[in-house]
Design a protein around this ligand. Structure first.
Ligand code: FAD
Ligand code: MG
Ligand code: MG
Ligand code: MG
Ligand code: MG
Length: 555
């Protein structure tokens, strides 16, 4: 008995010392990051405040440089070259960051807990599924990205390739090579060979277009030499539901891409919806007609856009955002209706504040002499402050396609002379509501996710300073109610590689450039954007290897 008492005592001591250790570490705020994609990686890279205890939870223990995924599909770049182990990224930090290879399956904001499942089953259990566990947080950062959207089209799941993850790119590459090997076998009819070599791309967005270009290059440059007997049977079809491919780009780019594809013998079917896919055929329906046509195919890439992951859908229901399309945050990336939870990247969308919501306050500030009316001069005096808080105003004024803001004010007053206008608050509100209507959600791009991660890390680096000054978001610049500036996106431009060493580039200020020179710009920017010197060296040597020796057609 005395022995047992002794053991109990020892237990008490150890649990005591554990409690003590807990108290020590619990001084550090626990930050949990979900996801190791663009947003999560960028947050981790930029975080440098050692008062946090950071835990990263993601089923994928590496970061993928997604803009180069299409290059992997046809062997221009190797898969290994565009991934960076997350442990390489976090070991370089001076702060305490640990990584868990697991998937978050539920978020419980009430008890500040997440539920996770290990990504791989443990070796010594019979269970096929990974073990489940809980993690507590003080701050949660949701950066789980999005998933492919099939729009519930029958047969997509199971018959189509997606291009979202590195495994997808590898599978496509394997399938492309397989198609050429299969089509080169003896005893096949011409029809059968044609079917095998019919590549269909559903969705004329940047990913679909870039893949088509890559495939066309592969056929022109390498297939010609490697599979000369079947090269002429290849057919590439792009199916797009709207009236144009690349419709998020400038019209000049769209036009150029469409005519280039025409020359390259890529069949672009515009205004065409995919209704069904079976093992051998793809069915489409033209806009405004009831007739469906079915075409035999060999391989389909489905790239029509993204939808939310089940985890996010469930979470949105839980916090009363069930009817939205993406998790809504305010402009500081804080999830609406949820304390200490942040969301960024493809899983989230920023709910921008409308000018009209604050019209009374803006009016009051502009109307310094309380006359009850606004003049153009009074408004232009506070314009800078308004722009700092409501960037849509700036967007509105800069764009060449819309009229200048002062024109809007004058028009609200029946085109009176600029100097004599006096607007009542109601007239002012009507004039400004036009500006709100120009607000657009930020695109689901790496550029946005990357900037959001860096922004949020900066906020976290300065958190203490801001906690001493914990008032809510500032309405106007310079009023002393500063916490952080809201997140502001800086668009640095966008590329659309089209194949044949030609890229279309749309840079800020409506600058469009198409051709070989922008291809070189593309090479240099994409080399410089690599997350590590290791991947940079690998990617560049892959490009050189391909220039000299062509693509590797084994697989
Ligand atoms: P992701 O990068 O998708 O990362 C999500 C992370 O969350 C992953 O690590 C995932 O494993 C993890 N995760 C998933 N579920 C869970 C869970 N339940 N729990 C924990 N972790 C989870 N953008 C550009 O700006 N330029 C381009 O040229 C460009 N090209 C692209 C080409 C392709 C083929 C694709 C697919 C995308 C491209 N994009 C490009 C878009 C860009 O990749 C995305 O916008 C970006 O990846 C979004 O970052 P994210 O961090 O939100 O999500
Ligand atoms: Mg991420
Ligand atoms: Mg990514
Ligand atoms: Mg994503
Ligand atoms: Mg987003």
């Amino acid at each position: 008995n005395s022995n047992r008492g002794h053991v109990a005592h020892a237990d008490a001591i150890t649990s005591n010392s554990i409690a003590h250790a807990d108290a020590n570490t619990s001084k550090k705020k626990k930050v949990v990051v979900l996801g190791t994609g663009w947003a999560g990686m960028s947050f981790l890279k930029n975080l440098n405040n050692s008062t946090y205890d950071v835990k990263v939870v993601s089923p994928r223990n590496f970061f993928v440089f997604t803009p180069l995924l299409p290059s992997v599909t046809c062997g221009k770049v190797e898969a290994r070259s565009i991934v960076e182990p997350i442990r390489n990224i976090i070991r370089k930090k001076n702060i305490n960051v640990s990584y868990c290879e697991a998937e978050c399956i539920k978020i419980d904001p009430a008890s500040k807990k997440i539920y996770c499942r290990a990504a791989r089953a443990t070796l010594n259990t019979n269970s096929k599924q990974g073990e489940e566990f809980e993690v507590d947080y003080d701050y949660l950062i949701i950066a789980v990205g999005a998933q492919v959207n099939t729009f519930n089209t029958p047969g997509v799941e199971g018959n189509c390739h997606f291009l979202k993850e590195i495994e997808d790119a590898q599978k496509i590459r394997k399938n492309v090579i397989e198609s050429f090997e299969k089509a080169s076998l003896p005893n096949l009819s011409e029809e059968e060979r044609k079917k095998i070599l019919h590549f269909v791309v559903v969705g004329g967005g940047p990913t679909g277009v870039e893949f088509s270009g890559e495939l066309r290059d592969f056929v022109n440059e390498d297939v010609l030499k490697l599979y000369p007997t079947v090269q002429h049977l290849v057919k590439i079809t792009v199916i797009e539901a709207t009236d144009h491919i690349l419709n998020m780009f400038d019209k000049r780019i769209t036009k150029f891409a469409e005519s280039k594809f025409l020359r390259d013998d890529i069949d672009v079917k515009l205004g065409s919806m995919v209704t069904k896919i079976t093992e051998n055929e793809i069915s489409t329906k033209a806009k405004g007609s009831d007739k469906t046509t079915s075409t035999p195919y060999g391989m389909v890439l489905w790239s029509t856009g993204i939808g939310q992951r089940p985890l996010i859908k469930d979470f949105m229901k839980q916090i009363g955002q069930g009817n939205r399309r993406a998790l809504a945050t305010d402009e500081w990336l804080r999830v609406e209706g949820c304390d200490n939870v942040y969301a960024l990247g493809d899983c989230a969308t920023i709910n921008q504040r409308k000018v009209v919501e604050d019209i009374a306050e803006i009016f009051k500030r502009a109307d310094k002499d309380n006359s009850g009316t606004l003049t153009v001069k009074k408004f232009t005096d506070i314009m800078d402050d308004v722009i700092a808080r409501y960037p849509q105003v700036k967007l509105y004024m800069k764009s060449k396609r819309v009229r200048n803001f002062v024109d809007i004010l004058t028009e609200a007053k029946g085109n009176a002379a600029k100097e004599t206008i006096e607007l009542s608050i109601e007239e002012f509100k009507t004039a400004l509501s036009v500006v709100d209507s120009k607000m657009k959600n930020l695109p689901a791009t790496a550029q946005v996710a990357n900037q959001q991660g860096a922004y949020l890390a900066k906020c976290f680096n300065r958190m203490e300073e801001c906690e001493k000054n914990p008032e809510g978001p500032p309405r106007f610049r310079g009023t002393g109610r500063h916490r952080f500036h809201p997140f502001r996106y800086r668009h640095l431009g966008q590329f659309a590689p089209l194949g044949g060493e030609k890229t279309a580039a749309q840079l800020p200020g409506d600058w469009v450039s198409i051709g070989h020179s922008s291809q070189w710009l593309w090479y240099s920017i994409y080399a410089s954007k690599q997350v590590s010197w290791r991947t940079r060296a690998l990617v560049v040597s892959d490009w050189i290897r391909r220039f000299i020796f062509g693509r590797d057609a084994s697989g």
